[in-house]
Design a protein around this ligand. Structure first.
Ligand SMILES: C[S@@+](CC[C@H](N)C(=O)[O-])C[C@H]1O[C@@H](n2cnc3c(N)ncnc32)[C@H](O)[C@@H]1O
Length: 403
């Protein structure tokens, strides 16, 4: 899995197909080890390098096995004897003595407790330049913690009752934050009272005007934002290109007893029969804002990938504008911390589309802790609500087409 992510640029989810044949408990353990390793990679490498005389190559088996063993010790609290017993057979007939020696030295020395983790060098430089040292320091603290679980409810009274009954915190309308746990075991899942959605991811749909009747959710699957808009009473058309993700959207709608018209199509080719009062374009992106739950994004989102995404976002914006009624709202969002996919993408759209203008959030549309920039952009950065567990990184903006 690590190899697939680090060398072949796959998502951890796709890479996990390698573990499909394992019994569920083993598969979960393999995923947890891979996740902890990716989350802590620069710090694990520092530890390894602190006791080797010659730097082990990045893709050497010895380094990989040491990373796995140390991630289990630090991240999962695996006992030393179990680490040694599972790590050494992986290097039988190879650098066994070296791995044994390095691991023994580090375990004897004692491993540090870390309340902030280093991010990959390239990401530190990029985010430091884009957002400054305070945001970077907050990102390092955030990746060291287990993120909380955010639930979005169809109904506000239900959310408040649930928060009271389950020691949850409501940080926005129809939102409840609970300590992380197994989702399907939480009460109310089967009945479809709520769905899992990071609080930041629940913000863009809140910018769709209440008066909009027909709404197009342009990159809709697996449907978090479709469910929000359907629950708010809009008539939603949910379009996505991915069959498997639309299947999840369908299941989500069935579970929550909500409805939407589902269209499977490539948005770059789809021909709409009509126009919409509002469009939500939650565009595909590098997803670097989700680094707490998906640390592999830090390795996958190299500059060419970010540039490729920005190109696709520009094309999608260009398609979306044709399907909006005059006076209608186009909400654009990405779960990315790269300005190229957020502020810069919108600047270049507006430079060529004089009939569109930014419509900043009005008071009460978003929770009070969210502020917008002087231009009217909403940018969610690491550090926001840190005491309460933080949010994913996000960008969103509402554009209005002149009547
Ligand atoms: C950020 S995700 C959407 C998440 C969704 N809005 C939610 O809240 O659950 C982006 C989606 O865009 C879809 N997508 C990517 N390229 C597309 C295209 N050309 N046409 C339609 N959908 C596309 C992907 O399949 C993916 O489901």
């Amino acid at each position: 899995m690590l190899d697939a992510v680090l060398r072949r640029g796959q998502t951890l989810e796709a890479a996990a197909s390698a573990a499909r044949a394992l019994p569920p408990a083993d598969r979960a353990l393999a995923m947890a080890i891979a996740g902890e390793t990716l989350r802590r990679l620069p710090d694990l490498d520092d530890l390894i390098d602190s006791v080797t005389r010659q730097r082990l190559p990045d893709d050497s088996k010895a380094r990989t096995v040491l990373r796995l063993a140390l991630a289990q010790k630090i991240g999962l609290g695996t006992p030393d004897h179990a680490l040694v017993a599972t790590a050494l057979p992986l290097v039988d007939g190879g650098p066994r003595r070296l791995v044994h020696g390095v691991l023994g030295t580090l375990l004897r020395r004692g491993l540090p407790v870390m309340d902030a983790l280093r991010l990959p060098e390239a990401v530190e430089q990029r985010w430091g330049a884009a957002w400054g040292d305070d945001v970077l320091a907050a990102a390092r603290r955030q990746i060291a913690k287990r993120p909380p679980l955010d639930l979005t409810f169809a109904d506000e009274a239900d959310a408040l009752a649930y928060a009271a009954a389950h020691a949850g915190t409501s940080l926005a309308l129809r939102h409840v934050r609970v300590a992380s746990s197994s989702v399907t075991e939480l009460e109310g899942y089967g009945e479809g009272r709520w769905w899992v959605q990071d609080l930041a991811a629940s913000l863009p749909a809140r910018l769709i005007p209440a008066a909009a009747k027909e709404v197009l959710d342009l990159c809709a699957a697996p449907g978090g934002k479709t469910m929000q808009m359907a629950a708010a009473g809009h008539k939603v058309t949910s379009l996505d290109a991915s069959k498997s993700r639309l299947e999840r959207l369908r299941e989500n709608l069935a579970r929550t007893h909500l409805a939407a018209d589902i269209v499977r199509a490539d948005a770059l080719e789809w021909k709409s029969r009509g126009t919409f009062d509002a469009i939500l374009l939650d565009a595909p992106c590098s997803a670097t804002g989700t680094f707490r739950r998906h640390p592999e994004v830090l390795y996958r989102a190299r500059p060419p990938i970010v540039a490729e995404n920005a190109g696709l976002q520009t094309q999608l914006l260009d398609r979306a504008r044709n399907w909006l009624k005059p006076g209608g709202s186009l909400v654009y969002s990405v779960c990315s911390l790269e300005p190229q996919e957020g502020e810069r993408a919108i600047e270049s759209f507006l430079a060529t589309q004089p009939d569109f203008a930014i419509s900043p959030p009005a008071s009460g549309e978003l929770p009070d802790f969210v502020t917008s920039s002087p231009e009217g952009y909403v940018r969610i950065l690491p550090g926001l609500l840190e005491e309460q567990g933080g949010l994913d990184g996000f960008f969103m903006v509402r554009l209005v087409r002149h009547a």
